[in-house]
Structure formats: structure tokens, C-alpha cells
Write a protein that binds this ligand. Structure first.
Ligand code: SAM
Length: 479
């Protein structure tokens, strides 16, 4: 085996890296794959190990998923499109990796940069779930799968996107707000809280579990450095614990999607058997086309030498029936004020005002789906909620101002604000939270657009504008 590895790395040196990604991933050339990892893959790939390891040394595939809120717009990124990701409706391969950070349309939520394999979730949902469902994405940050689920549910369903790690939950909330559907509540709670406070509440639970990250080897140098057999075993224990803790919130007959970005059977097939045998679930087969290169074992594997995408494993189950208990909703009215100031003005900012319930806290006023008002009010009263639906207005000092996430919302009625179209340098300046000057523009709140897509609000006070772009979201990198 060790002899093979030496040969493998010698061959590797001869590979042609004359591709645009090369300079962005120099560690691919320098880094060695962990020997124990390659050893452990010999059972998985008795005849294809060479091809598998070579593929892990190649640059990652670049793909994006478009947001239907920007449908019909002039998305330049589409010009680089290298074909549709075959198991999706909105996923596209790109021929190269552009400087995404410098594209204002990324910040406007027109697309999400997501690995093509991960988009398989759309195919799974399309075949197994109605859009009018209540879905929990338990391990949701930074929000790739959550934005995909939000798109699938549209205005018919509700998504609870949860992230347990505090530093990551705000990025999740940012991405959800930029996506703009308003059908999502972002929470920051331990998995067990869902079973105890929302028993049998969800039609579907997605557990995209923390894992040893083998499928990230092409993208992330740290994943290679941190890999060890002990870590794989520790990850398996944690995955089983997360699933066990949250299992009680899934309805009998509800759909569970379990995924990791690893190749090893410990974190994949073994956990899948645990779900079926110990938790009590039926394995669900999903139709796949042979030309996609996806391999079904017990679950679906995306191997980098077979699929145009990164390493992924996904398995689908239906929870076996157990006696049904309906959750008792106890509203904590102290945290949900009934009175909303200037409600009719706020509703006039929406295309479909009747679809939204409106809530006001001390500083913020938010819109969230009226259809799920009772459930969302309950969640708001007893979970740690980071965002609920989308923002309408906020108090800045003592004056109300439109919230940024209003400008990102699909249901936002743009014509209610005076609009100023920005060129690229001014748009980037705005997104860096710099002071911009808008000569000969009306005084007051203005909606700023780039390529006619809303970027956010500013308050023009004559000689300069107050930049209302969220400071925490600003572009920091000088790319
Ligand atoms: N679903 C995300 C997406 O598509 O963008 C990626 C999720 S990532 C693979 C796994 C997530 O699980 C991380 O955000 C991590 O912080 C979170 N996590 C870590 N430990 C956890 C735990 N004990 N319980 C639940 N989630 C955990």
C-alpha cells in the first residue's frame, strides 16, 4: 500500500494543472492525503482507488444555484454557465471560479455558491415531499441546503433552519435573509430541544451532520490536516447522538434526509443502519439516472471520480409509525406584542400583504407567513430565534427605517421606494459600508439597485447618504 502511495504522488507531479483554478488551490499540489485515509478507502474502492485518489487531487467543481426571485434578470454569471446540474432545476456548473465577493448580485441573494452534489437534496425532496410541509434543517449553517429547502417550499411551507454553533448561526441568518423567501425561522438550539418542545411536529427533518469532511479535501486544506481515524469514530458517535436527540420531533411517516460529506462507511452506511434499526425507519429509494454517476449502496454516494461534484453521501428514510401525540402549543404572550405601529404603511410595502402576519418587538418589525402564525409564535416564545420571516422596519435612534431584509424579500414591492441604479464601483462601495454620494437624487430613504436588483437602502440627507447596509455583512476582503 505504501508503495502504491509513493507511485501515486510521483504520478501526481506529472498531472497537468494548467487550469484556471490552479492558483486558488496551491495546497492541492503540495498536500499529501493522509495514509490512513487511503488505507481505509481500499475496502470501498478495491479496483478504483487510483482513480479516486487522483480525482481528490483535482480542482473542485464550481457550481451555483440561482434564486427564482431574480428570474428574468441579467445575471452575468449565467454567461459562464457550463451546463445545468442534471438533478436540479436551478443549479449550474461554471467553467471557472469568478471573484464571487466582487459580484453585487451574490450579495443581493441572486444565487448561492453551492456544491453540485449537495443540490441532490432538491431531487430527493421533489420525489418525497409536498411543498406544503413543515421542515427542520437541524444542522443548517451556512445555509446551502436551507436556501434550497426554502426554495422548494416556496410560499406553501415553513422551514425551521437551526444551527447550534453561535459563530455560525448569524451567517445562516444572513444567507436566509438574502435568499428572501420569508418562509424561514432561524433558531439556535440543541437538537434535543426540538424533541421536547416540538414533538412530532415536522413533516421532514434534514440532518446534514458535522463529519470528518473527507469530501472537502479538494476545497479545504484544514479538512486534510484534521482528518484521523479517531476523528471519524468520534464523528460517528456524534452523528448518532444528534439523530437520537432530534428523532422525537419528526412525525410518524415523516421524511428524514441524512447526509455527510464523507466517503467512509462508519459515518454513512453504519449510521444509516442505525437510523433504520435503532431509531425505527424505512429506507427510501430515490430514482437516479445512470449517467449522473451517483452510486447507490445503502444511501447515495457522490464519488469525485464518478460525479461532477464534491464528495457527498445522502440517505433517505421514512419514520415508522408510533402513537401520535400532538404538540401542546403554549404561547408566551409576553414576547409577542399584538399592536403594530404604522401597520397599513408596512403592509403597503408588500406585494401580497394578506399572506403575512406582522410582529413588533421593541426595535424591529417583521413579517412572517400568516399560514403558520400559531406555530411560529410558539417557536418564537420558547426557542432561541435569530430571525423570523423577514424584516420590515427598525428603529434607528427614535426614527423608523426600512430593514435591509425587506429589500431582499421576494414579496417586497419595490415601487414603494424611490430607486437609484448604481454602477459597479458605487455598488461595491455601498456593500463595503462606505459613505456614498448620490448627486441630484431625492432626499430620504432610497432603494439602491444594481442591474435592477435591490441591494439595500440608504438615507440621502443631501451632502451625503447614510449607508443602511448591515455592518456585519459588509465586504471586508480587498479582493
Ligand atoms: N447544511 C449546511 C449547508 O448545507 O450549508 C452545512 C452543515 S455542516 C455539514 C454541519 C453543521 O452542524 C455545522 O454548521 C456545525 O456547526 C453543526 N454542528 C456541529 N456540532 C453539532 C451538534 N452537536 N449538533 C448539531 N449540529 C452541530
Amino acid at each position: 500500500m505504501r508503495f502504491f502511495i509513493t507511485i501515486f504522488f510521483c504520478n501526481f507531479a506529472a498531472l497537468n494543472f494548467d487550469q484556471p483554478h490552479q492558483t486558488q488551490y496551491p495546497f492541492l499540489i503540495e498536500k499529501m492525503l493522509p495514509v490512513d485515509f487511503i488505507d481505509s478507502m481500499t475496502d470501498v474502492f478495491p479496483t478504483e482507488l487510483d482513480a479516486f485518489c487522483r480525482a481528490l487531487r483535482e480542482p473542485p467543481v464550481v457550481s451555483i444555484r440561482l434564486n427564482d426571485k431574480c428570474a428574468g434578470s441579467d445575471l452575468e454569471v449565467m454567461r459562464d454557465s457550463d451546463g445545468r446540474v442534471p438533478w436540479t432545476t436551478d443549479g449550474y456548473y461554471l467553467t471557472h471560479r469568478p471573484a464571487f465577493t466582487l459580484d453585487p448580485l451574490l450579495h443581493a441573494g441572486c444565487y448561492y455558491v453551492q456544491d453540485a452534489s449537495s443540490m441532490f437534496l432538491e431531487h430527493v425532496l421533489r420525489h418525497n415531499l409536498q411543498p406544503q410541509s413543515v421542515v427542520l434543517d437541524l444542522c443548517a449553517a451556512p445555509g446551502g441546503k436551507a436556501t434550497l429547502i426554502s426554495r422548494f417550499l416556496g410560499e406553501q411551507g415553513l422551514l425551521v433552519a437551526n444551527e447550534v454553533v453561535r459563530q455560525r448561526v448569524f451567517v445562516l441568518s444572513e444567507n436566509i435573509q438574502k435568499w428572501g423567501n420569508g418562509n424561514t425561522v432561524v433558531t439556535h438550539n440543541q437538537p434535543a430541544v426540538f424533541s421536547s418542545l416540538l414533538p412530532y411536529a415536522f413533516d421532514c427533518m434534514v440532518v446534514d451532520a458535522p463529519c470528518s469532511g473527507e469530501g472537502m479535501f479538494r476545497k479545504d486544506e484544514k479538512a486534510v490536516d484534521e482528518w484521523s481515524l479517531d476523528n471519524v469514530k468520534m464523528c460517528q458517535q456524534r452523528q448518532k447522538q444528534i439523530l437520537t436527540d432530534a428523532w422525537g420531533c419528526l412525525k410518524p411517516g415523516g421524511l428524514l434526509v441524512y447526509s455527510t460529506c464523507t466517503f467512509n462507511p462508519l459515518e454513512n452506511e453504519q449510521v444509516a443502519h442505525f437510523i433504520a434499526d435503532e431509531l425505527g425507519a424505512e429506507y427510501v429509494s430515490v430514482p437516479i439516472e445512470p449517467q449522473w454517476g451517483i452510486q447507490e449502496t445503502y444511501g447515495y454516494h457522490f464519488y469525485p471520480h464518478k460525479v461532477r461534484g464534491e464528495g457527498l453521501y445522502m440517505a433517505v428514510f421514512r419514520k415508522r409509525s408510533v402513537p401520535f401525540l400532538s404538540p401542546k402549543l403554549k404561547l408566551d404572550k409576553r414576547r409577542i406584542s399584538g399592536k403594530v405601529e404604522q401597520e397599513s404603511l408596512l403592509r403597503s410595502w408588500l406585494k401580497n400583504p394578506d399572506k403575512w402576519a406582522i410582529r413588533q418587538t421593541e426595535r424591529f418589525t417583521n413579517a412572517y407567513p400568516a399560514k403558520f402564525k400559531e406555530l411560529i409564535d410558539y417557536i418564537s416564545s420558547c426557542f432561541t430565534c435569530i430571525s423570523v420571516g423577514f424584516g420590515l422596519s427598525e428603529l434607528r435612534g427614535r426614527m423608523p427605517a426600512p430593514q435591509h431584509s425587506l429589500s431582499m424579500a421576494k414579496d417586497f414591492r419595490q415601487e414603494m421606494f424611490k430607486t437609484v441604479e448604481l454602477d459597479l464601483p458605487t455598488a461595491l462601495s455601498y456593500l463595503r459600508c462606505e459613505a456614498i454620494v448620490l448627486d441630484q437624487c431625492p432626499i430620504g430613504f432610497l432603494l439602491l439597485t444594481y442591474k435592477n436588483i435591490p441591494l439595500g437602502f440608504t438615507k440621502n440627507i443631501g451632502n451625503h447618504c447614510n449607508n443602511l447596509y448591515p455592518k456585519e455583512w459588509r465586504i471586508r476582503k480587498a479582493e
